[in-house]
Design a protein around this ligand. Sequence first.
Ligand code: ISL
Ligand code: CA
Length: 542
Amino acid sequence: MKDSSKWWKNAVIYQVYPRSFNDSNSDGIGDIRGIIEKLEYLKELDVDAIWLSPVYTSPNNDFGYDIADYKNINPEYGTIDDMKDLIKEASSLGIRIIMDLVINHTSNQHHWFKEAVANPESKYRNYYIWQNGAKNIFGKEKAPNNWTSFFTGPAWTKDEKSGQYYLHLFTKQQPDLNYRNPEVIEEVKQILNFWLDLGVAGFRCDVINILYKESFRNGKRQSAGTGREFFLSTPGTHKILKHLNKEVLRPRDAFTVGEATFATLQHAQEFTSGDELDTIFGFEHLQHGVSLQSRSKRLRDATIKWQSGLDWNTVFIENHDQPRSVSVLGNDKSYHYESSTMLATYTLTLRGTPFIYQGQEIGMTNYPFSSIEQAKDPVTKFIYNIARRSLLAKNLATKMAFSIGRDNARTPMQWTPSLNAGFSAAEPWMPVNPNHININVEQSSKEGTLSYYKDLIKLRKTEPALNSGEIKFLESDTKVLAFNRYSSGEIFTIILNMSSREVPAPVRLSGANIIMSNYSKPSHTDTLRPYESLIIKTTKLQ
Ligand code: ISL
Ligand code: CA
C-alpha cells in the first residue's frame, strides 16, 4: 500500500453537520459557504479532514440521510460549484473532505424509486426490494415478514398500486436498495468515482454493514430487534465491499470509515482485515439501547476491549446521532470544564483516528427541550408517539423521546455569546441553546475547553508516541481509565477519572512529570479529583 493512503493514521478528523454549522445567507440554515467561512477556524484547531454529513439533494425526511440525487447539492446548502470551492479552499489549507455515503437506501423521491413505483416494468423496479404480502392464520394479508425498522414500526410498506411491499430499515421514505442487483453496485461505483473526480479524499459509509440481506420471506425475526440476524455483516455484504475496494476505493486511494450498527468486535476485525474498509465506527462503547450499566463503565469496558482487539480504531464519543458527551458521560453543570476536557483527552490520546463532532470542542451540552413541538428528528417524533400510545404522560413521553431521539446533537453551533450564537442572522431552523452566553467559541478559545483541545491536538502531533505508539492499559479503579502510549524511548501515561468522585490514582503522582492536566494546580496527593485527567511523560533510559 502506498504511504499516502495512510494519511488518516496521522489525522484528526472533524465532523460537520452542515445544517447546524454556520449560515452564510441568513435563512436560518447552515450551508456550504458557511463552512468555507469557518475553514480558518478549523485550520487553527489543526484538523486534517472534514467528514461532511450529507449535503446532497434531499427532501429532508431524515435531513440528508435520504438522498434524492447523489450527484447534486441540496439548494438549501448551495450548489455543486460551492461544493467545488469548498473542496478547493479546504485543500489549500491542507484539509481533506470526506463525503457521507448513504447507499443502503435512497429517498423515496429519488428518480429510481419514483420510476420503480410508477412503472413496475422499468429496470428501476429491481433497484429496490419488493415482496408479495404473506397471509396470517385467518387468511388475511400481512407484511412479507415481521422485521421492524431501526426507527420503530414495520420495515415493510405496501405500495397500493402494485399490491407489493417494499423494504425500508429506516423511515418509509427511505426504501432499501437491492444489492442482489449488479446494476445497483454499478451505480454506486459511478457515485464513488463522481466524488473522487471532484477531489474528495474518501467516504464515511452509512450503515455499511447491512447492505446485503440474506433472506426475506423466510426471515422470521428471532430477536427482539429488527430481524438483524438476517442482514448484519452478511457474506453478501463482505463480497460487495471487497468488490468496491478492489475496483474503486483502493486504486483511487480513497479513505473509508464504515458506520457499523450493532457491530461486534469480530465484525469490525473482518471489515478492516485488509481489502474492505480502512476503519470502522463501532458503538459498543456508547451504550446503544437500554442497559443497567452506567455509561462510563460501559465506555471504559468497551474501550479496553476494542483497543485491545483492533490494531487501529476510530476514537469518538459524539456524532450527529448521539447526545452531547459532556451531558451524558460528564457533568455539564458542576464540572463542565473538567469533564469536557477529560473527554477531550479520551478522544485524542487513544490509539486510532480521532473524530471530533462540531461543538464537542467547546463542550456543547444537550438542549433543555420541554415540548415535542421542538422536535425535528423523525426518531424523536416516533418515540413520542409510541410512548403516548402506551399511555405515558406527556412530560415523561417528551423526556423519553428527546433522550433517544437525535435533536440534542443538532442544535446550532455556538460561535459567540450574541444573537443566535453567531450561527445565523435569522431565526435558526433549530433553537440555539440558551447557554451559548457562556459556552461559545469566542470564550472557549481563551482559557476554556477549546484552548485545551488545541493544546492537546498540538501535543498529539508533536509526540509520535501519542499518535502511532503502542497502547497498554493499566490496572486501575473501575472509574478510571489509565493507559500507556509508547514508542522508542518515550512513554506517556494517560490517566482519566471518568467520575465526579475522588478516586485513587493508579500510579504515583508526586514527582511525576505531568505535561498536561485539566486542573490548574497539581495534586499534592495520589488522589484524582473529579474528572481529573493527566498526561505524564517518562523518558526511558536507553
Ligand atoms: O438504529 C440504531 C440503533 O438503534 C442506530 O444506532 C443506527 O446505527 C443508526 O441509526 C444509523 O445511523 C445512520 O443511518 C441513519 C441516519 O438516520 C443516521 O443519521 C445515520 O448516522 C439512516 O441513514
Ligand atoms: Ca443558509
